[in-house]
Design a protein around this ligand. Structure first.
Ligand code: NAD
Length: 338
């Protein structure tokens, strides 16, 4: 029996070509991993008539861990987002998005090393919305924030900070205006912070935070926030360090974890082998760290950093002209040297 059994979703659009590159890197770790291939998204709709087949959910529940390429939400299937549905089904309440500068990337900053911890289950993302009148001239969306989910995500952020030797947690909210919903989130964050006296705690109003992140991103370490603000701020942070091609993410719950890129399936580039495989490669490194393979996590991040710094085999978004697989191959080679 293999040491690890992991569900693998290659994904839609550019997902399968990105996964080719990712596998080159993971194969070079020599780790004994058995992959259980499953599908979701467009490809699943064709085969099973649903974008989230029961087999795929069962596979992840059985193996507890999945590596997932980006998937396209097929239009007209009744799913607002297949990704959101997967997170809800598996109770993946924390979305962890590290944002790190890599030397050699044309970017606004070269000294960023922060993590956005985004609540993944409630807020406006729950999609409780409807038209108020028959003429459809007015619509409303209901934003639900609970103490339970706020406590869970803030505690997760503090534990993450402790385990990863980080010094500060910043809670981001709009409690000055949304006094009940974000007021509840902020009060809860302040309460939980008392259990972690070794970690500095502060809070910021989201609009101010957006400006602070653009002006002084080096001031932040772990950011914890509600679903929609987390969605927006993590893309903002990805932009600060050079774009979506470098941004990995993990969806973590009490029982299961799914690792993926922040970006989507970039369907317009499908089959061109030109998109950057780094985000999913970094997500796979996070997955190994989650499984306890901390040294392999560190080495993959270093191999990525050295490949980008060398600058010979990098994809178009980083200013190069290497293909997806060429960049993956180079990272895989570097992995054996670091
Ligand atoms: P997208 O992230 O797929 O692409 C937006 C643009 O970002 C691309 O056109 C490209 O210019 C750039 N980009 C994205 N990934 C890149 C990479 N690896 N390397 C270089 N450049 C890259 O966003 P979209 O076009 O809004 O969404 C396309 C599909 O993906 C939709 O069906 C959406 O629902 C889905 N999606 C899936 C996920 C996920 O699987 N977690 C996340 C977001 C969007």
């Amino acid at each position: 029996m293999s040491k690890y059994r992991i569900s693998l979703i290659r994904g839609d659009g550019t997902g399968p070509e990105i996964m080719e590159a990712v596998m080159l890197v993971l194969n070079n770790t020599g780790l004994d991993i058995e992959w259980e291939e499953c599908i979701a998204g467009e490809s699943a709709l064709e085969k099973y008539g649903t974008p989230i087949p029961e087999e795929t959910i069962e596979s992840i529940k059985r193996n507890k861990v999945a590596l997932k390429g980006p998937i396209t939400t097929p239009v007209g299937t009744g799913f607002r987002s297949v990704n959101v549905a997967l997170r809800q089904e598996l109770k993946l309440f924390a979305n962890v998005r590290p944002v790190k500068s890599f030397e050699g990337v044309p970017a606004k900053y070269n000294n960023i090393d922060l993590v956005v911890v985004r609540e993944n289950t409630e807020d406006l993302y729950a999609g409780v919305e409807h038209y108020v009148d028959e003429d459809k001239t007015c619509a409303e969306s209901i934003r639900i924030i609970t103490k339970k989910a706020s406590e869970r995500i803030v505690r997760f952020a503090f534990n993450y900070a402790r385990e990863n030797n980080r010094k500060k947690v910043t809670a981001v909210h709009k409690a000055n205006i949304m006094k009940f919903t974000d007021g509840l989130f902020l009060d809860t964050a302040r309460e939980i912070a008392k259990d972690f006296p070794d970690i500095e705690f502060e809070d910021r109003i989201v609009d101010n935070m957006a400006m602070q992140l653009v002006k002084n991103p080096e001031n932040f370490d772990v950011i914890v926030t509600t679903n929609l603000f987390g969605d927006i701020l993590s893309d903002l942070c990805a932009g600060l360090v050079g774009g979506l091609g470098l941004a990995p993410g993990a969806n973590i719950g009490d029982e299961y974890a799914v690792f993926e890129a922040v970006h989507g399936s970039a369907p317009k580039y499908k089959g061109q082998y030109k998109v950057n495989p780094t985000a999913v490669i970094l997500a796979s490194a996070m997955m190994l760290g989650y499984l306890g393979e901390k040294e392999w996590e560190r080495r993959i991040v270093q191999a990525v950093a050295e490949t980008i710094k060398e600058g010979k085999y990098i994809t178009y978004d980083l200013g190069g002209n290497a293909s997806t697989v060429e960049m993956g191959k180079r990272i895989a080679e570097k992995l054996l040297e670091v």
